[in-house]
Design a protein around this ligand. Structure first.
Ligand SMILES: [Zn+2]
Length: 479
């Protein structure tokens, strides 16, 4: 069985493709029928998939492709989609451990990011994309930062796909905390700079970079800012994202300042909608469920950051129920400051933490979790017409896992291995937009040594200006 597609200006599926992936032990399409092909094949012409099916059916048309990839001992999936990652925090791994949510932000991460130079932002994003790519991520939604141009540049150079945003907040002092100088902006200034960012980067790098609007957190954003950013997102046909309901402190700060819980406040402002992405959404009250469902707003679960920071998003979280209600929920690794930037590990975490807290093994089965990391992620990114599944006509974003690794053996059900035992180190080959970015773990567009060298050069300056050196030293004697 195979599916052929005739995109305009592209290969008809009858002419040899540019890239032909064949003999895949397992090809997991995540298409509307959720078909899995054994001995599967994918044909790619330019930046698009032109055919998906059995190798025997596609081989006659595509065996003379310019590049043929033998996918024996490989599991092939759509490129993974990380729906929430702070590229600017990549140089902050280890700078904010064992502190409360409030201290994490206001004493560690905000001061760090408040002082981050463009050069540091560039190398932070480079290191972040390196880790994402090595772990099979082809698309990510940057959480928003003050070095968005650097993030865009890195994405442009490396060949991955992302949504960027310039951060925005207009309440310098909330009951949650006070912002560093760099983050203190007027409502007008935030609107102006975010709109400039969207105008500048819309359609850039062949459409691989999509600019969004952002308000960083609900307690530090005024009603005027929130409503006008949503209007701008509608005007430019793009998304608007925010952190929401991620800790007890933010929920309480919102109630103290505005009189409503976070989602309820957004509902009353009339800003919930399909182009709104709410990140974490752990402390959602039952009375807020229905408006999340009817509004079409999207959510992101980030289990590792809640585990690292003790946010309570799992204990309080209702992600399985919200998914059952039809809410689109993606997965996000959040940032290196909470450790893991590996969406494959996030898959195990999200199912494991809910199984444990519910004492129920049937919660979030692997099929549902793989959807979160692929097609749901594409919906969250407002990109599901082009990515998130392996289907003719979609962009050619493909990841191959090497099953000749202990974590993939024995292999009865590839979805189970992927979710329960694999990690990103078994990613072998990554293709994005029809270009091979990694093959046999060799990177084609990134100089890994240069990144490590630049990071090592920048770290002393970061420690010095953030004055965090004493706080992050090992507690055991260093000789
Ligand atoms: Zn975040």
């Amino acid at each position: 069985m195979n599916t052929q597609f005739d995109p305009p200006m592209a290969n008809t599926g009858q002419n040899p493709a540019d890239i032909f992936i064949r003999n895949a032990d397992w090809l997991i399409t995540v298409d509307p029928q959720r078909r899995i092909f054994t001995d599967g094949a994918v044909a790619i012409s330019g930046d698009r998939i032109v055919a998906v099916g059995k190798t025997a059916d596609l081989e006659p048309h595509h065996s003379s492709a310019r590049i043929v990839i033998d996918a024996r001992n490989r599991v092939v999936l759509p490129g993974l989609i990380d729906c929430h990652i702070h590229t600017a925090f990549q140089l902050a791994r280890g700078l904010a451990d064992e502190v409360s949510a409030q201290k994490f932000l206001f004493e560690r991460m905000y001061p760090y990011e408040g002082l981050l130079s463009d050069e540091e932002g560039y190398w932070s994003a480079s290191l972040c994309v390196l880790e994402l790519l090595r772990n099979g991520v082809t698309t990510f939604i940057d959480a928003g930062n003050y070095t968005a141009a650097e993030t865009a540049r890195v994405v442009g150079e490396t060949g991955v796909r992302c949504a960027i945003a310039k951060s925005g907040m207009d309440i310098a002092k909330s009951s949650f905390g006070s912002l560093p100088e760099r983050f203190q902006e007027t409502t007008e200034r935030v609107l102006e700079t975010e709109e400039e960012t969207v105008k500048k980067w819309q359609g850039s790098y062949g459409g691989r970079v999509r600019p969004w609007f952002q308000f960083r957190g609900i307690p530090n954003s005024s009603d005027a800012l929130v409503t006008r950013l949503k209007e701008l997102a509608d005007k430019y046909h793009t998304g608007v994202q925010t952190h929401a309901c991620f800790s007890k402190e933010t929920v309480e700060a919102c109630k103290t300042q505005f009189g409503f819980t976070e989602i309820d406040r957004l509902r009353r402002l009339g800003v919930l909608g399909p182009n709104v992405l709410l990140v974490h959404a752990g402390w959602v009250s039952p009375h807020e469920f229905e408006c999340l469902r009817t509004s079409g707003a999207k959510l992101v679960a980030s289990p590792s950051s809640s585990l690292h920071n003790g946010y309570g998003n799992i204990v309080m979280g209702k992600i399985p129920e919200l998914l059952e209600m039809g809410v689109s929920v993606g997965l996000g690794s959040d940032h290196a400051s909470s450790g893991i930037v590996d969406l494959v590990q996030e898959m195990m975490l999200v199912t494991g933490v809910y199984k444990e807290t519910r004492m129920n093994t049937t919660v979030l089965p692997p099929e549902r979790v793989v959807e979160m990391a692929t097609i749901n992620g594409a919906r969250c990114a407002l990109w599901d017409d082009e990515i998130g599944s392996l289907e003719p006509g979609k962009k050619a974003d493909v990841v191959l896992f090497n099953t000749r690794t202990p974590q993939w053996q024995p292999l009865y059900n590839p979805l189970a291995n992927l979710v329960y035992s694999a990690n990103g180190s078994s990613v072998d080959t990554v293709i994005c937009d029809g270009k091979i970015l990694m093959q046999g773990r060799d990177l084609k567009t990134m100089n890994e040594d240069a990144i490590y060298r630049e990071v090592a050069r920048l770290i002393p300056g970061i420690l010095q200006k953030t004055k965090l050196e004493e706080k992050v030293r090992p507690k055991w004697p260093v000789l």
